[in-house]
Write a protein that binds this ligand. Structure first.
Ligand code: PMP
Length: 300
């Protein structure tokens, strides 16, 4: 935290932290996997680059370089003794003048690691989940910045998630402000129809997901066509296969949308999920360049 290693119970902030009041923080969700050569952080550089991009979009100078954040993360994992973990870097406007102009508040930075299993459950990853289209639209790029992974913006996802969970579904699918399919509350979305994969484009209020980029690459390597284009709500239900991807959820199939059966995870979903799991866990040499391997005492 701010350049020091701090015990879990001491990682605290003041109640007048600007970000607590106004959501002025940017963050990342990253994972490290236990491979047979020790922990490996999946696409670490891409996550750190997105953190920088998120900060830039909100006029927030980061007090540490990407390399400093990377090195600190390695040391944190090594010290934690964890071999697989979720990694949460956060940069936020701290305690200072209490007003909407944050530019003279300090930018504080923390990185936390902990163990976190499949976000939508192991059963979800295996059998697929039930999702509903949210009554909440994904935030409009006319009022905030979908491309920035900013803390305050997540109120939009939180509303969608609560609505879906209370109604008995595992995840919400959000439409953008034009009524086109955007993404899940914390995942990008893909559909498969007649052997072609479709995913909403950058202009559909999505976060530019790193899992999404990985899936597009894997599909390209398999020779499966991927088309980024606007997706109508009905296409979700009429798809042969639907799946969600994100760092927390990894690749989770969707078996039902709005109480209409899509079916158990299909062939394309399964194949890509298998390759993706191997890539994440350091079992596929083709995607070795996606791994940032962490030196830990026990692996030497
Ligand atoms: N969309 C949203 C809104 C998210 O919060 C996330 C998780 N970061 C994603 C998509 C997926 O992004 P990634 O694959 O980079 O985790």
């Amino acid at each position: 935290m701010n350049g020091e290693f701090v015990a879990w119970e001491d990682a605290k902030v003041h109640v007048l932290t600007h970000a607590l009041h106004y959501g002025t923080g940017v963050f990342e969700g990253v994972r490290a996997y236990a491979t047979d050569q020790g922990p490996a952080i999946f696409r670490h550089f891409d996550h750190l680059a997105r953190l920088e991009a998120s900060a830039k979009l909100y006029y927030m100078p980061l007090p540490f370089s990407t390399e400093e954040l990377r090195t600190a993360t390695h040391e944190l994992i090594s010290r934690s003794g964890l071999r697989s973990c979720y990694i949460r870097p956060l940069a936020f406007r701290g305690h200072g003048p209490m007003g909407l102009d944050p530019e003279s508040n300090p930018v504080e930075v923390s990185i936390a690691v902990w163990e976190w299993g499949a976000y939508l459950g192991d059963a979800g990853k295996r059998d697929g989940i039930r999702a509903r289209v949210s009554s909440w639209r994904r935030m409009s790029p006319q009022s905030t910045i979908p491309h920035s992974k900013a803390t305050g913006q997540y109120l939009n996802s939180v509303l969608a998630k609560i609505e879906a969970k209370r109604a008995g579904y595992e995840e919400a699918i959000m439409l953008d402000d034009h009524g086109h399919v955007s993404e899940g509350s914390g995942e990008n979305l893909f559909i498969v129809k007649d052997g072609t994969i479709f995913t909403p484009p950058q202009t559909a209020s999505i976060l530019d997901g790193i899992s999404r980029r990985s899936i597009i690459q894997i599909a390209a390597d398999l020779g499966t066509p991927v088309v980024e284009r606007a997706i109508a709500r009905a296409e979700l239900v009429l798809a042969d296969e639907v799946f969600l991807v994100g760092t927390a959820a990894e690749l989770t199939p969707v078996r039902e949308v709005d109480d209409i059966e899509i079916g158990p995870p299909g062939e394309v979903t399964r194949e890509i999920q298998g390759i993706y799991d191997d890539a994440l866990n350091g079992r596929n040499p083709r995607y070795e360049h996606w791994l940032d391997r962490v030196a830990v005492p026990s692996a030497v």
